[in-house]
Design a protein around this ligand. Structure first.
Ligand SMILES: *Cc1c(COP(=O)(O)O)cnc(C)c1O
Length: 372
């Protein structure tokens, strides 16, 4: 998709906020704990490369991504820090893992056997860096018993073409008040570590929520994702342990303003009818940008005033009810601060009955990202 550079609608990303969030987190973690910035899905929509660079300035020493291509994107942008791919990569791409010096997740014995097979043909100079994933209760990917992990470690250690770089797990409820299930997972991970004769360079269990609310977590590296972007992983459930700085704003401008008499229909399906003489403004953003149709009835800010989105949101435009006549070209703040008022990602997520993670990832490529 092309980027709409020539339209006044854009995401503005505050890279200082990202840097500051990383700094604040690094201050909290025990000495010797590294922070890997999670920049999968184009840095949760914020832009992977720019986020990665800001995170390095803040003190991040490595990165996590979900898919191979995301790792390659970082390498091609000149990022030289360790990069771990958290998802499963087909073993037929091991040549690329080696070429770009990437660390990969091993989640099953079959994968390891296939990788071993592939490596025989590749005759590599440097070994493939492997992090063994332990499924302690997420039910997603990973080895599920201490015996299986031990066997996997034995395979990796027996191969010169492989290097055992990490062992890790992922918690499914670290962002909740209830801690029983978290403790069960933590216990399982500890019982895995207990059967291993030695540990690799990286032992890691923490996403942002674990780092925030379970600071006694096991490990020497954290996989810091949503916290980078200044968002509270738990939504409303748990309070921030320090003030996070949201990095993303979404702004546009009014492209048309008109006064309509009572009884006029607005938008497809005529779902809104003016009740009185009303000032209606048109904003050039729609569901193709990730500003989804369910946001009808939500409010945006114009000169500090909350303006309701009226009628159905179109693919490329939507209409708002203004309190008075406002100049064409006036800024419309859809997310962020305006005249002392604020609309947060959490408010958008609440309206959409989802989580801000999903809102951030839904912004389309058509929205230009401006960095400051
Ligand atoms: C996405 C992801 C993270 C980062 O999670 P946040 O909640 O954004 O901090 C960490 N670990 C794994 C395995 C992930 O998939």
């Amino acid at each position: 998709m092309v980027v709409g550079w020539h339209r006044p609608t854009k995401l503005v990303i505050d890279t200082h906020a990202i840097k500051q969030n990383v700094r604040n987190e690094i201050k909290r973690v025990p000495d010797g704990t590294e922070l890997f910035a999670v920049v999968k899905a184009n840095g949760y929509g914020h832009g992977a490369i720019q986020t990665a660079k800001a995170a390095i300035e803040g003190g991040a020493t490595g990165f996590c991504v979900a898919v191979l291509d995301e790792a390659i994107e970082l390498r091609e942008a000149g990022i030289t820090e360790p990069i771990l791919i958290l998802g499963v990569v087909d073993t037929s791409y091991i040549d690329l893992l080696l070429k770009y010096d990437l660390s990969v997740t091993a989640a099953t014995q079959e994968w390891l056997e296939q990788a071993k097979e592939q490596l025989v043909h590749l005759q590599t100079e440097s070994p493939l860096k492997i992090h063994i994933k332990v499924d302690t209760g997420m039910g997603r990917i990973g080895f599920t018993s201490p015996e299986a992990v031990k066997k996997a470690v034995t395979v990796v250690k027996a191969e010169n073409s492989m290097m055992w770089e990490g062992v890790f797990t992922h918690f499914s409820t670290a962002d909740e008040k209830e801690i029983d299930y978290f403790q069960k997972q933590e216990q399982r991970f500890k019982s895995v570590l207990a059967v291993l004769d030695e540990l690799p360079r990286y032992v890691h269990t923490s996403n942002s929520a674990t780092a925030f609310w379970h600071p006694e977590h096991t490990g020497n590296m954290i996989r810091f994702g949503i916290g980078l972007y200044g968002l509270n992983p738990s939504g409303h459930e748990l309070t921030e342990v320090y003030p996070l700085k949201p990095a993303l704003s979404l702004v546009s401008e009014l492209i048309q303003v008109k006064e309509l008499p009572a009884g006029e229909g607005i938008g497809y399906g005529n779902t809104y009818t003016t009740k009185d003489n009303e000032w209606i403004g048109t904003v050039p953003i729609g569901y193709a940008d990730g500003w989804l149709r369910h946001l009808t009835g939500f409010s945006v800010l114009v000169e500090g005033a909350e303006c309701e989105i009226v009628g159905r949101i179109c693919m490329d435009q939507c209409m708002i009810r203004l309190p008075k006549q406002v100049e064409v070209g006036t800024t419309v703040t859809l997310i962020g601060h305006d005249h002392g008022q604020e609309i947060t990602m959490q408010m958008v997520a609440d309206k959409l009955e989802t989580i801000h993670y999903e809102v951030a990832c839904t912004f389309s490529e058509r929205l230009p990202r401006e960095y400051k």
